[in-house]
Design a protein around this ligand. Sequence first.
Ligand SMILES: NC(=O)c1ccc[n+]([C@@H]2O[C@H](COP(=O)([O-])OP(=O)(O)OC[C@H]3O[C@@H](n4cnc5c(N)ncnc54)[C@H](OP(=O)(O)O)[C@@H]3O)[C@@H](O)[C@H]2O)c1
Length: 287
Amino acid sequence: MRHALVFGGTGQIGEPLIDRLRNGGWRVTALSRNPQRDEPGVTWLQGAFDAMPVLPAQVEAIISCGPLDAFSHWYARSGPGAPRVIAFGSTSVMVKQHSVDPEERDVAQRLQLAEDRLTTAARERGASPTILRPTLVYGAARDATLSRIARIAHRVRWFPLPRRANGLRQPVHVGDLAAAVVDCIGATGAFDQAFDLPGGETLQYREMVRRVLRVLEPPAHLLELPLPVFEMAVRIAQSRGIATGFGDAAIERMRRDLVFDATPARDAFGYAPRAFAPKASMFPRAG
Ligand SMILES: NC(=O)c1ccc[n+]([C@@H]2O[C@H](COP(=O)([O-])OP(=O)(O)OC[C@H]3O[C@@H](n4cnc5c(N)ncnc54)[C@H](OP(=O)(O)O)[C@@H]3O)[C@@H](O)[C@H]2O)c1
């Protein structure tokens, strides 16, 4: 039976990935910082990158669905033998590279360094690395963008955006990302490559938010405000502890297209993400 070692298996991408691996006949060893319950085909180990338990000596694939930085440091100094190593990065590596916010530029730089560190370490160990860079992730009611919007909209029944929030987006479902991992494990065209993984539909930011608000129970309304009024609303919300960490760079990006090409991933391992058709169950409930 093929054996995979999975990091970040309790995350929004990791959970559907473990299901897919198990359903595909893989044996999974997964690491979590917290105790987890074993299931048929899945053995959980408790530990962390700086407190690693005893791991299997050899597996077919090592997969990271958690922080790339920490994983790449650990993999560069240790880890079992494995012909394949697959890790999630982020399209933020490009999007935030030239941000007006120095903290965002730092995120992009750390992601780039982590990608390079992982790729170099894998090559030195004779393994084939694949880096997967999702765009805006949704689907498990745990993402940092649309679920956050849904949570606020549930509370106040509307959600504000600045006018002309027309930048293009490609939200990608967690299930399509899990499928991408499994499909690229044995696809030789994916070896030693990095792939952008956008969703299957490109739409304007405001339309993306509108679709989310429409499926909430009860539905919420989109309120489009002049930019200065929107900025003031954000400042008021932040003074009450809402929308914290939402800075000028994020507001500027709503009018900017963030579009990535799925063709290389499609050609290499048949990547075919779904269109954006949100349902209430994909977002946190009110309360
Ligand atoms: N969310 C997005 O919109 C998005 C977009 C682009 C790229 N990505 C990338 O895709 C990957 C998966 O995203 P995700 O949102 O599913 O991940 P996540 O929820 O941030 O993390 C997944 C799991 O990783 C483990 N983890 C988190 N921090 C850790 C740490 N400091 N040390 C060790 N383990 C840690 C946690 O498992 P335990 O608590 O069980 O240890 C967590 O459940 C990440 O690399 C992320 O950067 C995400």
